[in-house]
Write a protein that binds this ligand. Sequence first.
Ligand code: B12
Ligand code: SF4
Ligand code: SF4
Length: 239
Amino acid sequence: MHDSHLSTAKPLFHAARDWGADLAAVADTSRLAGIETDPPDLLQGYPRAVSLAVRLSDGIMDPVTERPTPLYARHYQNVNALLDHIATRVSGLLQSWGGKALPIPASHIMDEERFVASLSHKAVALHAGLGWQGKSLLLITPRFGPKVRLVTVLTDLPLPANAPLKNRCGKCTHCVEACPAGAIKNASTDLHFAARQEAVDLDACVRQLRRNEQDTHIPPYLCGVCVSACPWGKPKRSG
Ligand code: B12
Ligand code: SF4
Ligand code: SF4
């Protein structure tokens, strides 16, 4: 193992950017204790998680004000493929440094009834300091708002971990008002991490996603209205 690579995660972040990541940071997985994973011992032997984000196109997302568009459906698939590609390459790099690496797919539901994946990318990103938990339950980044998709690579290399950010939703209710299903409950996500049902009526959201699929014939389940509605990440235009 080359210790020179481990005192800083910078070479890793540079490589990830070259491969297409817009944001990269490291979480200490002990902060994720208690979180649901599949399998339950997924994090065992992995003290760090590298969180990576690819920014979505503003041109694609701005028109997503009521329902998903065919262009968003395609973009969603392309960005997932890019994230999985970046995670594979990051895993290769970590292994070439003598570490263990486990990439978690960008979008892979393990339990179709309870809607859970093997690991929550949002929880990892949150603890890596990439953003905060919005009222929409999305990860909100200061630069791009929720207009990012996420992926995670677990590793045993002792990379320096980043610190979480403060919640900056404040009194904003844009996502609450924009949601076509009225599913976002305006719960405070400021002082603690809200559980899913506390902040979002998941059944109402899923019903809306199924309606969208029927109405638009766009697979898979998509919406994106709460992604597009957030003021964070929107350019501030004057005049
Ligand atoms: C299943 C799933 C869904 C389900 C359920 C959504 C939900 N709210 O959980 C459905 C189909 C409804 C859905 C909808 C959407 N999804 Co979705 N989805 C997923 C998926 C595949 C798994 C999520 C999961 O396992 N949840 C299980 C629960 C337990 O975890 P969680 O809700 O993520 O996190 C909670 C806990 O971990 C807790 N927590 C946080 N930190 C800590 C720390 C500790 C110690 C503890 C105990 C708990 C805790 O707080 C979180 C909130 O309750 C992820 C990809 C992934 N692997 O993460 C994408 C993902 C969450 N989806 C995403 C998106 C964008 C969407 C949609 C906008 C659809 C679209 N693409 O148009 C909507 C948004 C709905 C909404 N407002 O939440 C993105 C979010 C990106 C972002 N910026 O945040 C993700 C991360 C995909 C990706 N690769 O980027 N999704
Ligand atoms: S994905 Fe659509 S239906 Fe679900 S919470 Fe966001 S805006 Fe509402
Ligand atoms: S739209 Fe407003 S309330 Fe919703 S997540 Fe973004 S900043 Fe928070």
